[in-house]
Design a protein around this ligand. Structure first.
Ligand code: FES
Length: 282
């Protein structure tokens, strides 16, 4: 696509209102597109200029909020992070993410994802409940300890990994790659001691053992996470705990409280210091 040159792109969009329609159908819209335009820009153009009833979800427009996951030419993308010219085609087929229930058009129900995410207790669990309830200081964590789980903290809960997962497609009750990867993320955090609270949530018929390691979640993740790796590491961690292997390190301890060691910096000459202020008032 030449810089500054506008081309006509046909958006073939799946429409479906479960309250009114018998089933999904497609509608075509012609969108003027120029270099740098994203698929989300195209959907916004349609909504503002052609059909205001088109439903899609968006918020941050910068690949952070996880709202705008859709299928473009049968592959999951964040609409705000995907430029039209990437497809090198004058036709794009847009559909909602599979393996999620459709609310309307391109909007899917992410509540099951949020509920499963909540179920794995996505926060630091400690045995020293007193420190958790009334924190006195930060927990110490080395950069190596952080590396063990850092990439998994970048999950934006867009649901794309679930839409790509063949197990999620065949088992509606599967915990899914998002929650399983987040389960590992918190268990692997050396400030955490919550393994035994989280394991029962994922050690079920529809849990971690049901992952067939297709790896589609990792390939599709728009943030470059590797949920398939996290799931295998979670399995290893659970087996190790079950057979009594693996060194159980003590959890990260709190740092000593910060004390004020910096000398007080005097007011520079060009500002109104206490004395100057007193003089001018006097
Ligand atoms: Fe937030 Fe796309 S609008 S991730």
């Amino acid at each position: 696509m030449d810089k500054g040159k506008s081309e006509k792109i046909t958006f073939k969009v799946q429409r479906y209102n479960p309250e009114e329609d018998g089933g999904p159908h497609f509608q075509e819209f012609v969108v003027p597109s120029s270099r740098g335009m994203t698929v989300l820009d195209g959907l916004i153009y349609i909504k503002e200029n052609i059909d205001s009833t088109l439903a899609f979800r968006t918020s941050c427009r910068m690949a952070i909020c996880g709202s705008c996951g859709i299928l473009v030419n049968n592959y999951p993308h964040l609409a705000c992070h995907t430029q039209i010219e990437e497809f090198n085609s004058s036709r794009l087929t847009i559909k909602p993410l599979p393996n999620h229930q459709i609310i309307k058009d391109l909007v899917v129900d992410l509540n099951p994802l949020f509920e499963t995410h909540k179920a794995i207790k996505p926060y630091i669990l400690r045995d020293d409940g007193k420190e958790m309830e009334n924190p006195t200081a930060e927990f110490a964590q080395s950069s190596q300890a952080l590396e063990a789980f850092l990439q998994f903290t970048y999950c934006i809960k867009c649901g794309i990994c679930i839409s790509a997962c063949p197990t999620s497609a065949s088992d509606k009750l599967f915990t899914g790659p998002q929650a399983l990867a987040q389960c590992y993320r918190y268990c692997a955090d050396n400030r955490d001691e919550g393994d035994l609270e989280r394991f029962p949530v994922v050690d079920t018929e529809h849990g971690v053992w049901h992952c067939h390691l297709a790896g589609a979640c990792s390939e599709a993740c728009p943030k470059g996470l590797d949920p398939a790796l996290a799931i295998q590491l979670l399995k290893r961690r659970m087996v190790s705990r079950a057979v009594g292997l693996g060194k159980k390190e003590p959890p990260a301890q709190t740092l000593p409280p910060l004390t004020e060691t910096k000398p007080k910096i005097p007011f520079p000459d060009f500002t109104v210091g206490e004395n100057k202020q007193a003089t001018s008032e006097g």
